[in-house]
Design a binder for this molecule. Structure first.
Ligand code: B12
Ligand code: SF4
Length: 459
């Protein structure tokens, strides 16, 4: 059976991370004697991608679908269906919107909900046996005689050390680059734990993959060592909540130091789950950048986000990072329901106090599967049919009108860019790079990014 697992053509210029999810699926198929090929078409044009797959004559094509890129994925799937293959979708978007997809896109044969390793393996086993007993596969949505059926959900894999390492053998490592210390380095994104034990209102992870589960230090370090020995020296730990168990995080960094691996490390963390001990050993192991989400400067908004962030702890973490020479990127969201001029100003004041090295302020996007989305649907403030249209992300503009929020947003961005002296040089380079892109939306995006992150050194 010929199986392809793909990221669809997305028309983007640079890809930073390998497609981790489908590469995990390839690995588990291989472990069980099935061969699948992974294609990352995110930077490939549609016709080239199509002709590659047409030549392959696949029996099954599995596609990752994000909400923002669902149209690209679905349009491509429709074209592929003409080659008479089975179309299987996976990822966050179809996990939550399987009803809408199965009703409106008849060329989709299967949807894998949540973590895909075991469900997809069972599907391939069933298709190979030609018994077609799909109803016994937990986590699967399937079509039969014009109707579709939704099976019981599958529990997330408890011991994630049992999953083989993602198999990237089909991918070109030089494609995944990141700007670090003013030059591009080959990047390796790694997931050392799944999910998160918080449940922020705008985030779907708890609902997508249950409780926080971590790989052991030994299992994680083996993957890092493999890639290091393969010549990659930039590792980005992209877990949702990497430092949830600080002792485990420290253990991983200590192993990197002990094994004398000369790597540059970046990580995502959470203010409440980070401390000086973690940051010190992170720095010693090659750590140079941490991303934190604060999201708002207003207690009221933070409460409705269920964010559980402590500003004093954030200032303390900023001081420690500053002392250790670690760059910090702070992420904020504007336009949450309940956002007012007063809460805008509160956010502005917190940013001012943080003196960020790097800053990302985005307007709220609402994703299916989040408590926020479900509430806005119930209150009829957003409509599920949005996803059938061609606009990419579902933005929500709080209680103000679009124009009102954009006006405040642009004004604040301009003031902040100058006032906070953000030294995000990388954003400027991104901006120049973005201009080379033909997509006007990308240009506007990079323009806004730069306006809010102009480089004038830290004062
Ligand atoms: C790394 C990352 C990226 C990287 C790499 C993406 C890539 N090529 O894989 C970059 C930075 C490029 C990126 C970009 C985007 N991302 Co992103 N990203 C992540 C992040 C942090 C980790 C993804 C990951 O590898 N997880 C680990 C693996 C094991 O899990 P997984 O990918 O979910 O895969 C499992 C299942 O979903 C399923 N599965 C996935 N695909 C398939 C396919 C098949 C056929 C099957 C059967 C199963 C299956 O099985 C996998 C194994 O269990 C997640 C957050 C998260 N924790 O997942 C956000 C996340 C996936 N990203 C998100 C978004 C929105 C985006 C963007 C659309 C943002 C944007 N507007 O630009 C773009 C997409 C365009 C693109 N270029 O790919 C959202 C998706 C929400 C949604 N409803 O769509 C997430 C969940 C973050 C969030 N905001 O909550 N992203
Ligand atoms: S936003 Fe971050 S901290 Fe909040 S639930 Fe999601 S992953 Fe966890």
């Amino acid at each position: 059976m010929k199986i392809a697992l793909i990221t669809p053509p997305l028309g983007i210029k640079n890809q930073v991370n390998r497609p981790i999810g489908i590469s995990y699926i390839k690995a588990i198929l291989k472990q069980n004697g099935y061969d699948a090929k992974v294609y990352d078409f995110s930077t490939t044009d549609k016709l080239t991608a199509l002709s590659i797959l047409q030549k392959e004559k696949c029996d099954v094509v599995g596609i990752t679908v994000f909400s923002d890129t669902r149209q690209e994925s679905l349009r491509f799937a429709e074209l592929l269906k003409k080659t008479d293959c089975k179309i299987v979708l996976g990822g966050h978007h179809p996990t939550f919107l399987y009803d809408q997809i199965m009703k409106n896109y008849k060329f989709v044969d299967f949807i894998v909900m949540g973590e895909g390793e075991i469900t997809f393996l069972e599907l391939i086993k069933t298709l190979s046996s030609e018994k077609n007993k799909f109803e016994t596969i937990h986590g699967l949505v399937f079509r039969r005689n014009g109707e579709y059926f939704v099976n019981a959900p599958r529990n997330p894999i408890e011991n994630i050390d049992t999953i083989p390492f993602p198999d990237y053998s089909d991918l070109d490592p030089s494609m995944y680059k990141i700007l670090s210390s003013l030059r591009y380095k080959k990047n390796y994104g790694i997931i050392t734990s799944r999910s998160c034990s918080y449940s922020c209102d705008y985030c779907a992870h708890r609902w997508f993959s249950g409780a926080w589960r971590a790989r052991s230090i030994e299992n994680t370090i083996r993957e890092i060592e493999n890639v290091y020995l393969g010549g990659i020296t930039h590792i980005w730990i992209i877990d949702d909540s990497f430092t949830e168990d600080p002792a485990r995080a420290i253990g991983i960094f200590e192993e990197i130091i002990k094994r004398n691996m000369k790597v540059s490390l970046a990580m995502n963390s959470r203010v409440n789950a980070c401390n000086e001990d973690v940051l010190k050993v992170f720095k010693k192991a090659g750590g140079y950048r941490v991303d934190f989400g604060i999201e708002s400067g207003s207690d009221k908004i933070l409460e409705s986000m269920n964010k559980r962030v402590n500003f004093d702890k954030a200032y303390k973490i900023r001081d420690i990072c500053s002392r250790l020479g670690i760059t910090v990127k702070w992420n904020f969201i504007l336009g949450y329901p309940g956002e007012t001029t007063e809460t805008f100003v509160q956010t502005k004041n917190v940013i001012k106090k943080l003196k960020p090295d790097m800053l990302s302020v985005s307007i709220l996007r609402v994703f299916p599967g989040t408590p926020l989305y479900n509430r806005l649907i119930k209150e009829k403030k957003v409509n599920e049919s949005f996803w059938l249209g061609t606009n990419s992300g579902l933005h929500y503009f709080g209680d103000g009108s679009y124009e009102e929020v954009m006006r405040k947003y642009l004004r604040l961005m301009l003031i902040w860019a100058v006032q906070f002296r953000v030294r995000s040089f990388l954003c400027l380079i991104n901006f120049v790079y973005g201009f080379a892109s033909a997509n006007p939306r990308t240009i506007v995006y990079h323009f806004l990014n730069t306006v809010r992150s102009v480089v004038i050194g830290r004062g």
